[in-house]
Design a protein around this ligand. Structure first.
Ligand code: PMP
Length: 371
């Protein structure tokens, strides 16, 4: 099998698995004062340091959650008067934002998938945005890999007393992410996109920023997130973060494989549309549409040929229909329902690329299209 769906989830790193296995044998509750409890506490705190290092935050700013869906929901559930966000955000930002009882402004992007900073500035400057207000802008898109000008927008937001949140799920571990330098108030990350286990993530919260807890009832995570910590998952997250940081420089090799794969697609399918090709993109992602072809059909045929990719946004598999991300980019419905996502990772090899190319040639090559 050829796995090219790293943006949905990355394989568990061996370091993460080993850390989790070891943590499973620790019986204490991290909140207990006895030796068993202190051992569990040690695991959680050491993982907190590793995660903090990966994203340029202080350990005190890292709050472990059940994943980025919880982290994004938590921020959107604050008592904002205004949420300013983009239509290309992940559903875990958009759904809780739309459910919030406040003014929600959802900006479309250019056809390249990048928000227009002037438009955000205009909203902040010219219209009276009720405060407290937050801007939620992802660092990189899960479907297209397109990177947003988060630092620029954060600087602007800060100057006008508006909080800034970023969903850095697809960026962390793939490009350098520096929470402090970006000037963010909050940032969501997820373990399973960088080789950690599923079901654990973090919300990075700038020191001294008070958020209303989403989960309350226990004093864990310095009263910010109640519930006994998922010690084994957190241990895996920490080990994965450390490994991801050490291997960040190897992402250029992943990018070279991606570029090679993309060149083959262009050569085989001259009519293929590469989404966001003029924007700055993650080095591991290709979103490509073949006019007249349904994404689901391509995904199923590639799957039968032994290649795993996904259609549109695909953590929620089985979801059929046009992608809200591509629609927010102003792309027509044939492209919005015809785009597949190919996403590579550190374990992708030249053989994987060759396997994809052979399958693509058979399924989408000009001969196959005519058939
Ligand atoms: N944001 C983005 C950009 C994502 O790609 C995902 C994962 N599909 C999430 C948030 C949700 O993360 P989790 O799976 O940890 O809930």
């Amino acid at each position: 099998r050829t796995y090219l769906d790293y943006n949905a989830t990355a394989p568990l790193r061996s370091e993460a698995k080993a850390a989790m296995m070891a943590a499973l044998d620790v019986i204490g509750n991290p909140s207990s004062v006895h030796a068993e409890g202190r051992r569990a506490r040690g695991i959680v705190e050491s993982a907190r340091e590793s995660v903090a290092r990966l994203v340029g935050a202080k350990p005190s700013e890292v709050v472990f959650t059940s994943g980025a869906t919880e982290s994004n929901t938590w921020v959107m559930a604050q008592p904002w008067a205004t949420i300013l966000t983009s239509g290309v955000e992940h559903d875990s930002v958009l759904a809780p934002a739309r459910a919030a009882k406040c003014n929600v402004i959802e900006l479309s992007t250019g056809r390249d998938g990048v928000v227009r900073v002037e438009e955000i500035a205009e909203h902040i400057l010219k219209r009276s945005i009720a405060r407290p207000a937050v801007v939620a802008l992802q660092m990189a898109n899960n479907e297209t890999g397109v990177i947003q000008p988060v630092a620029e927008v954060a600087e602007f937001a800060r100057a006008y007393g508006i909080a800034m949140h970023s969903d850095a799920v697809q960026a962390a571990g793939r490009v350098a992410v520096d929470f402090a330098a970006l000037g963010l108030d909050t940032m969501a990350i997820s373990a399973h996109k960088l080789g950690g286990p599923k079901g654990v993530g973090a919300l990075i919260i700038r020191d001294h920023l008070d958020l209303v807890p989403l989960l309350c009832g226990g004093g864990q995570e310095r009263r910010r997130r109640a519930g006994t910590e998922n010690v084994a998952a957190i241990a895996g997250f920490g080990a994965a973060a450390e490994a991801a940081q050490a291997e960040l420089r190897n992402m250029s090799a992943v990018e070279a494989l991606r570029d090679d794969l993309e060149a083959h697609i262009r050569a085989i399918s001259p009519r293929a549309v590469i989404i966001g090709e003029t924007a700055s993109r993650l080095g591991n992602t290709i979103a490509v549409a073949l006019p007249g072809k349904l994404a689901e059909t391509l995904v199923i045929r590639l799957d039968l040929a032994g290649v795993a990719v996904s259609a549109g946004s695909a953590c929620s598999s089985g979801k059929v229909g046009a992608s809200h991300v591509l629609e927010a980019m102003g792309l027509g419905s044939d492209i919005a329902s015809g785009t597949i996502r190919i996403s590579l990772g550190l374990e992708t090899t030249k053989d994987d690329v060759a396997a994809f190319v052979a399958a693509w040639q058979a399924i989408a090559g000009s001969h196959a299209l005519a058939a």
